[in-house]
Design a protein around this ligand. Structure first.
Ligand SMILES: Cc1cc2nc3c(=O)[nH]c(=O)nc-3n(C[C@H](O)[C@H](O)[C@H](O)COP(=O)(O)O)c2cc1C
Length: 336
């Protein structure tokens, strides 16, 4: 999730919630192909985060191919194409959920991404890709700080996409006709339209329809929307036949959302919040010109949600500039 699922966040979620699968923040293929080296930060990950999927978005098919080669080279377990983002800055360029209106373009994007994965298996590396950013290409693995060791080049790299049930209205059947006719192995479906953004409730009946029509193809369908815990996820699997469930917002400040029934948290949420602060500081140290800790403040707001005196505590946390200051606030309110 954009602005949320960076390396530190994923480390915390994996360590304290053990989700089966995590995704990077979505990243623009157009940006990557135009030398935006700073975007490479999104692809920083650790071995413990496997299986880890890199998510990309864009609307220019030819940009997906070299980026897919690069993601294989960086050792990701899968490449996921975002066809569901409702943000204006994304869909007005025809990317994200904008692709629901141009299904043939969506198919071409899948084809090019698959081609990139195949190119990698056939020995191509990002430095061999014509027209790809020459600065990124120098040595792509040096562009990401904490990358695990190179992986077996012959292993399988998955291809998937994530989308919504429609643009203005649910059109799952129509939209899936196109998606099921591509080489993606899995489709994650958020049960809202673009127009709904995040309002109303996710329409799980539409997700059930997708499961039904996808069955003969053997493609996996992952359902998404408004799932609050592991038990609810299991319920969705039972009721709608999905192969898996993605949990988004309910994980904010709460890695325990992924714990199975009866599994006990191995630390308190405030200890975890402090650990998250420290990981964040390690990855994004403050400099004289720039305070990077502000990004952490929203997470702190999530960690204390629902506790007594939350608004007073939040006010103080939102003034913190490092882990030590957060610890002092937690101690003042006897949270640790
Ligand atoms: C802050 C924020 C950022 C998001 N960024 C992404 C993203 O980068 N890629 C993506 O596929 N979905 C993104 N989403 C959508 C979520 O993955 C998910 O589909 C949506 O929140 C519904 O699931 P939930 O009810 O479990 O949160 C984002 C959602 C939020 C709230």
């Amino acid at each position: 999730m954009d602005g949320v699922t960076d390396r530190a966040y994923r480390t915390i979620q994996k360590k304290y919630g053990h989700p089966d699968l995590v995704y990077t923040e979505f990243t623009s293929v157009e940006g990557l192909c135009h030398n935006a080296i700073k975007l490479m930060r999104a692809f920083d990950y650790d071995e413990e985060q496997r299986p880890i999927i890199a998510q990309i978005f864009g609307s220019t098919p030819e940009n997906f191919r070299p980026v897919a080669v690069m993601l294989c080279e960086l050792g990701f377990d899968g490449v996921d194409i975002n066809m569901g983002c409702p943000a204006k800055k994304v869909h007005r360029h025809g990317s994200g959920a904008g692709l629901i209106c141009t299904p043939e373009l969506a198919q071409e994007i899948v084809r090019q991404t698959k081609q990139g994965i195949d190119d990698y298996r056939n020995g191509m590396r990002s430095k061999d890709c014509p027209d790809f950013s020459s600065r990124i290409l120098k040595d792509v693995r040096t562009r990401v700080k904490n990358l695990p060791k190179p992986v077996d080049p012959n292993r399988h790299v998955g291809l998937s996409l994530k989308t919504r049930v429609g643009y203005n209205e649910p059109i799952t059947r129509e939209w899936f006709k196109y998606l099921l006719d591509t080489e993606v192995e899995a489709i994650a479906l958020h049960g809202r339209t673009l127009k709904q953004q995040y309002t109303g409730m996710a329409n799980w009946e539409e997700i059930g329809t997708a499961v039904e029509i996808a069955k003969p193809t053997g493609k996996l369908i992952l359902g998404n929307g408004d799932v609050m815990n592991h038990a609810q996820a299991l319920e969705k699997v039972k009721t709608y036949g999905v192969d898996g469930v993605l949990i988004g917002r309910a994980s904010f400040g709460n890695p325990f959302v992924f714990l199975k029934e009866g599994e006990k948290p191995s630390a308190t949420i405030f200890e975890i919040a402090l650990e998250h602060c420290q990981l964040h500081e390690n990855d994004w140290p403050n400099t004289e010109e720039h305070n990077s800790f502000y990004i952490m403040r929203k997470h702190l707001g999530w960690y204390i949600k629902g506790i007594a005196d939350a608004s007073d505590i939040r006010r103080e946390l939102f003034l913190c500039n490092n882990t030590a200051e957060v610890r002092a606030v937690f101690q003042k309110y006897k949270l640790i």
